[in-house]
Design a protein around this ligand. Structure first.
Ligand code: PSU
Ligand code: MN
Length: 301
């Protein structure tokens, strides 16, 4: 039932590098019409690094790995495109629904298709106020049982970052900083929290992936935390101010569940005059390029 595009199928068969890309960031994480441009830009960046992009989404009840331009346009522009975590996949398939996939659903479908490397912006995680709302992204649990390498700029800074790092530890998900010993803060290069491991080249990342396979054990992920370049990060003072406002607005408007993340991201974009969007895009671009280089190193292992 998985529809793997011809380009992705051929690349996988020939053991050429492939990078999975998520679609929630396109449908629900970025404003229109910039979102479609970004989707295309990210695919181009993967190609420029010599790998094949596989953007993942569910269209009319069919999970797609690798989208053509028309299908990307649907994800970016169609009203009523749902947000699908991995638990939603069977429901969307049975209902014939269309939806963008979050990190959890994307990682699941990528693994199913045999794609080992995945690039995104920031992972979901433990929300602030978790003790009241129990809001922890399904991304974490899924990554504890999916053998995939995720290149990201940390977790979204709207979350409780130390609690999320703790959950990743408890769940047994490997985390390494890329050329840094600090855990990145998505819009910021440094979240203020350390990481225990640092990897310096795509080849080193591929070595860890090989060791994961050799050691067997739980089929867990590897998170490669790649900071946004310092020159392109959001101003930390502005970030702190606007984030506090966004969290207040979220509480005041009673936003809950799946709507929380898109609400906060949208608030940040509108109240930083687009600066958060620029930092977000810089982070994702860097991740996509690094993921392509990791996929290339992995294809050689
Ligand atoms: N990072 C972004 N924009 C996004 C997301 C992450 O910059 O839209 C998405 C990812 O798809 C992630 C999801 O998996 O938000 C997490 O949502 P939730 O907190 O509802 O699990
Ligand atoms: Mn949530």
């Amino acid at each position: 039932m998985l529809v793997v595009s011809e380009e992705v199928r051929e690349a996988l068969a020939a053991r050429r590098p492939v990078v999975a890309l998520e679609s929630t960031i396109i449908a629900h994480g970025l404003p229109r019409p910039r979102n479609l441009q970004v989707a295309l830009e990210l695919e181009d960046a993967v190609r420029e690094e010599g790998a094949v992009p596989a953007t993942i989404a569910v269209l009319d009840g069919r999970p797609h790995v690798g989208l053509d331009k028309r299908q990307l346009e649907r994800v970016a522009n169609e009203d009523g495109i749902r947000k699908l975590g991995h638990r939603d996949l069977p429901l969307a398939v049975a209902a014939g629904a269309s939806g963008a996939t979050t990190v959890s659903a994307t990682a699941r479908l990528a693994a199913l298709a045999g794609v080992r490397v995945f690039a995104t912006g920031g992972l979901g995680g433990v929300h602030r106020q978790w003790t009241v709302t129990q809001d922890e992204s399904a991304d974490l649990g899924l990554l504890a049982r999916t053998r995939i390498t995720v290149v990201c700029a940390g977790v979204k800074s709207i979350l409780d970052v130390p609690a999320t790092l703790q959950r990743l530890e408890t769940l047994g998900v490997a985390v390494a900083g890329y050329r840094t010993d600090r855990f990145p803060g998505f819009y910021l290069s440094d979240s203020g929290h350390p990481v225990d491991w640092t990897l310096r080249t795509p080849e080193e990342v591929a070595e860890v992936m090989r060791a994961q396979n050799a050691l067997r054990g739980p089929e867990s992920a590897l998170i490669v935390a790649n900071p946004v370049p310092l020159a392109e990060q959001l101003d930390p003072g502005l970030h702190a101010r606007v984030l506090a406002d966004a969290l207040d607005a979220c509480a005041a408007e009673g936003v809950t569940g799946q709507a929380v993340t898109p609400f906060l991201l949208d608030h940040l974009v509108r109240h930083t005059d687009g600066a958060s969007l620029r930092a977000n895009l810089a982070a994702v671009r860097g991740n996509v390029r690094l993921a392509a280089r990791v996929a290339t190193a992995w294809a050689r292992v």
